[in-house]
Every structure is written in structure tokens, then in C-alpha cells.
Design a protein around this ligand. Structure first.
Ligand code: HEC
Length: 179
């Protein structure tokens, strides 16, 4: 019986501690903790946050036109592009000492790939899946996303009726069911 009380007391103290942390950490620090929790996948991105993240992080090295004008004729689907951009980030950092561009986390690329798929187009089905898997190399997070049907991807499904303004829409390529 005693043991139960000790455990209960410990739990209450822990809970109070956690509550205090949430209530009293300075706002910016609190925000930083949440941002980090999302980047590491502990908290899911909302669809709107995924869009904001996609625009912000993907226009570090080039303008958003690169995404907006990208199309199924231009190259592999976004899931692969996003994977390549991780490589570019790595290479850019290696070539520019001290630049230290922030690398994309797994949760970030998974959210960003879904956002661009929804806003611009998803033409993963135009490509043999095994080729896409090969291009994704050892990227487990994106390989898992590839294996998930678009309708079951939370962010992509939620945004399926949205389009990015200024995006390349000629012939509706890559937009299949959306026009
Ligand atoms: C580290 C810098 C960097 C970041 C960050 C970056 N890119 Fe790129 N991106 C490049 C480079 C370098 C190229 C290739 C040269 C070019 O086309 O300008 C490129 C090209 C592209 C292209 C054109 C590919 C083609 O075949 O025409 C697309 C689309 C693209 N990026 C999308 C993205 C997306 C989506 C993100 C966010 C996940 C992103 N980029 C983030 C550096 C970056």
C-alpha cells in the first residue's frame, strides 16, 4: 500500500513539474521547445504549419518559383526532390565553412513533401515504385511515406483541394484528380 502512495506522490510531483514547465517557461523558450518537438516528430505538424515550413525552408537557396514551376515533365516527384535537397544542404554546408544551413529532419521532409504534393502535384504513380525507392536511397522516413497512399497521408489528404497560387498548371499535369 505504501508503495502505491509513494508512486502516486511521485507522479503528482512530476505532473506539477511538467505543468510548471509549460506554464512558466518564457514564451520564446516554450515556442522553441514546441518547434523542436515538431521537427523531431513528437508533435505532428498541422497542414497549415506544413505549408509555412515548406515555403520557408525550401526558399533558403532558391526562390519559391523553383517549386511553383516544377512539374511532372520537369523531373521526379516531390518526394524525391525533397530527398535530393537534403543532399544539396549537406554539400552546400561542406563547401562553405561556417555557413551551417539547417539540415532537414525526417519529420520536416515528410511534412514538406506532402505540402508540395498537395499544392503543386503528386506524380509518384507515374514512376515505377522501385525506381523511386532506389532514388530515395536509405531515406527511411520518405520511403515510408512513399508506401503510404496519398489519401492516408494526414497533411496531403487535408490539403488535397488546395493549390499554390502561381504554380505551373498547364495541361493539369501531375494534378490528375484535382481539375
Ligand atoms: C541547400 C540549398 C537548397 C535548399 C535548402 C533547397 N534547395 Fe532546391 N535546389 C538547390 C540546388 C543547388 C538546385 C539545383 C540547381 C538549380 O536548379 O538551381 C535545386 C533545385 C531545385 C528544384 C529544381 C529541380 C529540377 O530538376 O529542375 C526544385 C523543384 C527544388 N530545388 C525544390 C526544393 C524544395 C522542395 C526544397 C525544400 C525541401 C528545396 N528545393 C530546398 C538547392 C537547395
Amino acid at each position: 500500500m505504501r508503495k502505491v502512495w509513494v508512486i502516486t506522490a511521485a507522479l503528482i510531483v512530476a505532473l506539477m513539474g511538467a505543468t510548471a514547465l509549460i506554464l512558466f517557461v518564457p514564451n520564446s523558450l516554450g515556442k522553441a521547445i514546441i518547434t523542436e518537438a515538431k521537427a523531431t516528430g513528437y508533435i505532428d505538424y498541422t497542414p497549415e504549419e506544413a505549408i509555412a515550413l515548406a515555403y520557408e525552408r525550401c526558399s533558403t537557396c532558391h526562390t519559391e518559383q523553383k517549386m511553383l514551376k516544377y512539374c511532372s515533365r520537369c523531373g521526379p516527384p516531390f518526394i524525391v526532390v525533397v530527398h535530393f535537397m537534403k543532399k544539396y544542404t549537406e554539400i552546400t554546408n561542406a563547401q562553405n565553412k561556417g555557413l551551417d544551413l539547417k539540415q532537414f529532419s525526417d519529420a520536416e521532409v515528410v511534412a514538406i513533401a506532402q505540402a508540395w504534393n498537395a499544392l503543386i502535384g503528386n506524380w509518384e504513380s507515374d514512376w515505377p515504385e522501385k525506381d523511386l525507392r532506389k532514388l530515395l536511397d536509405k531515406d527511411k522516413a520518405l520511403t515510408n511515406l512513399l508506401a503510404t497512399p496519398a489519401a492516408q497521408r494526414p497533411i496531403e489528404a487535408a490539403l488535397k483541394d488546395k493549390h499554390a497560387s502561381g504554380s505551373y498548371r498547364r495541361y493539369g499535369l501531375g494534378l490528375d484528380d484535382k481539375e
